[in-house]
Design a protein around this ligand. Structure first.
Ligand code: DX5
Ligand code: ZN
Length: 216
């Protein structure tokens, strides 16, 4: 089954409640929440209180993407705020601390995930795969919505799909960055089953139609 996770980075923040409430009606599967700290990436977005507020107005799982340095410091707080899937970046800390963070997330009853930036090789996920419920492959440099899809990430996506099928078949494989109706199909062919879409979803005239188009 193909799932879509609209990234609220492209929602109307003045009308965030309205935009989030509309997601389930449009057929979205997850709410993708991009958390940026101005260190790990050059942008600052939203944090723990906003995740907690969103939790109160939707039944959809919150897919929280932490683009922050040394996430071990904050995973407990993001779990308590109501994350259903909590993603940390492999580049954000040592292997030991990344493992500790994933274990903490799972101990909190939250699905644990890691993400790889475009320059990070597929092999980087291997030490963590048994601890992961989802792997997120970035198809843009993290930091901003509205960037162009990097098709050269497809060999990496295929490789990670093969690792997942061999070692942890229940694990989901998500792509994030530049996903539209066309690039969604490319990602599906190369093994992704969860598609994050910010500008394409929120810019669509008919978001429900966009969801049908990319998921069927
Ligand atoms: C980028 C974020 C993405 C972003 C995607 O760092 O992780 O989730 O919002 O936006 P689009 O779909 O516009 O590329
Ligand atoms: Zn994201």
């Amino acid at each position: 089954m193909i799932k879509i996770a609209p990234s609220i980075l492209s929602a109307d923040f003045v009308n965030l409640e309205r935009d989030i409430r509309a997601l389930s009606g449009a057929g979205a599967h997850y709410v993708h929440v991009d958390v940026m700290d101005g260190h790990f990436v050059p942008n600052i977005t939203i944090g723990i209180p906003v995740v907690a507020a969103i939790r109160k107005i939707t039944e959809l799982p919150l897919d929280v993407h932490l683009m922050i340095d040394r996430p071990l410091r904050y995973v407990d707080a993001f779990c308590k705020a109501g994350s259903d899937i909590l993603t940390i970046h492999v580049e954000a800390d040592t292997e030991d601390n990344t493992r500790k963070a994933l274990e903490k997330i799972r101990a909190a009853g939250v699905r644990a995930a890691i993400s790889v930036k475009p320059k990070t090789p597929a092999e980087a996920v291997l030490p963590f795969l048994p601890l992961c419920d989802l792997i997120l492959v970035m198809t843009v440099e993290p930091g901003f919505g509205g960037q162009s899809f990097m098709e050269d990430m497809m060999p990496k996506l295929q490789k990670i799909r093969a690792y997942i099928d061999a070692q942890n078949p229940a694990c989901e494989l998500e792509v994030d960055g530049g996903i539209d109706a066309e690039t969604a199909q490319i990602c599906r062919k190369n093994g992704a089953n969860v598609l994050v879409a910010g500008s394409a979803y929120f810019g669509a005239k008919d978001p429900a139609q966009f969801v049908r188009q990319v998921t069927t």
